[in-house]
Design a protein around this ligand. Structure first.
Ligand code: PMP
Length: 401
C-alpha cells in the first residue's frame, strides 16, 4: 500500500488543461485557441531568426562555459532588460536607483517580487484586476500576500469599467499594492487609454499605493516596444517607486527558456542596493540562481544594434499578424450576419480576444467544432490563421444563433 494512497487527483490547470484536452482529440479540424503562444500562418510554433542567430553565436563561442550564474543572474542581461522597459535615457537608471534581477520568466519575477513584498513591505494586500490572468491570485497568495480584486472589465461594453476601477482603487487602503498589466491585458485585451492611465497614476500616487506592473507583452500589443512600455514609464517619470515583472516568453518567443526579470525602482541608489541584497535572500533558497542559456540569447540580441533592429522587425510582424487576424475574424462574422456587436474583436489588443461567449457556448464549440479555448470565452488570436478563421466564425455563429 502506498504512503500516498490518500492523495486526491488535482484538477488540470484551467489554461494548460485546454491543451491536454486538445491533444486527446483525434479530429483533423481541431483548433487550439487556449494557450497563449504565437503560431505562424501555418499553425506552427515560431523561433525568431534573430534568436537562431544568437544561439549560433553562443555555440560558436568555445570560451563559453556552463558555470553557475550569480544569484541575481546575468548582470548584462539585467542592465539591458531595465533599459528596454524603462527606456535608455531613464533617469531612474542613470541615478542607479533601479535594481534588476533575472528570474524565471514572468511568473518567477512575479513570485520573487511578491515574496519580497511579503517580507519587507508594510502592506500585505495586493489588488489585482477582475478578471486577470488565472495564475496571479495563486502566485501572490503563495508568496504570502493577501489578494483582493478591483473592478476592471465591463461585460456590457466589453471594455474598461473605468468608473469601477477608480472607485475600487480609491477605497483600497493607503499603501496597498496594485497589480497593473503594463499592456495587452490578459484575458480581456482591454487597456486604459493614455488619459485614463494618467488618472490611474494620479490616484495611485495620491493614495501612496505601490504599483506592481506585469509586463508580459512588451512590443507584442502594438508592435512597438516603447509604446507598450508607456504606462510603466509614466509611473517612473514621476519619481515614485514601483515593481516591474518582465517576460521574454512572447516578445522573443522564448517561452520554454524561462527568461524574465524583476525590477524594483527605488527612491535612492542606497535603498536600491539594500533591496537587491534582500532579493538575493528570497532567491537563494528558492532555486539558487537562474538558468544561463535564455538570458545569454536575450543579452546577445539586446546588446547588438543590428540584431536588436532585426528583432523589432520580427516582433512587429508577429503583432501585425495578430491584428490582421482580428480584422479577418470580425469581417467573417459580419459576412455571416452573426447576431451581436463584434467590434470589440478589433478594439481589443494583444494576444487575446475576450469574446463574451459564455461557458455553455464554449462547450458547444468544443463539442461540435473541436475548437479549444478557456471556458471564460478567451481566444488566443495568435493561434488563428487565414485558413482557420472561417471554421471559427462558423462555430461562433452556430453558438450564438
Ligand atoms: N503575466 C501575464 C499577464 C501573462 O499572460 C503571462 C503568460 N501567459 C505571464 C505573466 C507569465 O508568463 P511566463 O511565466 O511564461 O513569462
Amino acid at each position: 500500500d502506498s504512503v500516498f494512497s490518500h492523495v486526491a487527483r488535482a484538477p488540470e490547470d484551467p489554461i494548460l488543461g485546454v491543451t491536454v484536452a486538445f491533444n486527446k482529440d483525434p479530429s483533423p479540424v481541431k483548433l487550439n485557441l487556449g494557450v497563449g503562444a504565437y503560431r505562424t500562418e501555418e499553425g506552427k510554433p515560431l523561433v525568431l531568426n534573430v534568436v537562431r542567430q544568437a544561439e549560433q553565436q553562443l555555440i560558436n563561442d568555445r570560451a563559453r562555459v556552463k558555470e553557475y550564474l550569480p544569484i541575481v543572474g546575468l548582470v548584462e542581461f539585467n542592465k539591458l532588460s531595465a533599459k528596454l522597459i524603462f527606456g535608455a535615457d531613464s533617469p531612474a537608471i542613470l541615478e542607479n536607483r533601479v535594481t534588476t534581477v533575472q528570474c524565471l520568466s514572468g511568473t518567477g519575477s512575479l513570485r520573487v517580487g511578491g515574496e519580497f513584498l511579503a517580507r519587507h513591505y508594510h502592506q500585505h494586500t495586493i489588488y489585482i484586476p477582475k478578471p486577470t490572468w488565472g495564475n496571479h491570485p495563486k502566485v501572490f497568495t503563495l508568496a504570502g500576500l493577501s489578494v483582493k480584486y478591483y473592478r476592471y472589465y465591463d461585460p456590457a461594453t466589453r471594455g474598461l469599467d473605468f468608473q469601477g476601477l477608480l472607485e475600487d482603487l480609491g477605497s483600497a487602503p493607503l499603501g496597498a499594492v496594485v497589480l497593473l498589466h503594463a499592456c495587452a491585458h490578459n484575458p480581456t485585451g482591454v487597456d486604459p487609454t493614455i488619459q485614463q492611465w494618467e488618472q490611474i497614476r494620479q490616484l495611485i500616487r495620491s493614495r501612496r499605493q505601490l504599483p506592481f506592473f506585469d509586463s508580459a507583452y512588451q512590443g507584442f500589443a502594438s508592435g512597438n516596444l516603447d509604446a507598450d512600455a508607456q504606462s510603466i514609464r509614466s509611473f517612473v517619470a514621476d519619481g515614485g517607486e514601483c515593481l516591474v515583472a518582465q517576460s521574454y516568453a512572447k516578445n522573443m518567443g522564448l517561452y520554454g527558456e524561462r527568461v524574465g526579470a524583476l525590477s524594483i525602482v527605488c527612491r535612492t541608489a542606497d535603498v536600491a542596493g539594500r533591496v537587491e541584497s534582500q532579493l538575493k535572500l528570497v532567491i537563494r533558497p528558492m532555486y539558487s540562481n537562474p538558468p544561463i542559456h535564455g538570458a545569454s540569447i536575450v543579452a546577445a540580441i539586446l546588446r547588438d544594434r543590428e540584431m536588436y533592429n532585426e528583432w523589432t522587425i520580427e516582433l512587429k510582424a508577429m503583432a501585425d499578424r495578430i491584428i490582421s487576424m482580428r480584422h479577418q475574424l470580425f469581417d467573417a462574422l459580419r459576412a455571416r450576419g452573426t447576431p451581436g456587436d463584434w467590434s470589440h474583436i478589433i478594439k481589443q489588443i494583444g494576444m487575446f480576444t475576450f469574446t463574451g461567449l459564455n461557458s455553455q457556448q464554449v462547450a458547444f464549440m468544443t463539442k461540435e467544432y473541436h475548437i479549444y479555448m478557456t471556458s471564460d470565452g478567451r481566444i488566443s488570436m495568435a493561434g488563428l490563421s487565414s485558413k482557420t478563421v472561417p471554421h471559427l466564425a462558423d462555430a461562433i455563429h452556430a453558438a450564438v444563433a
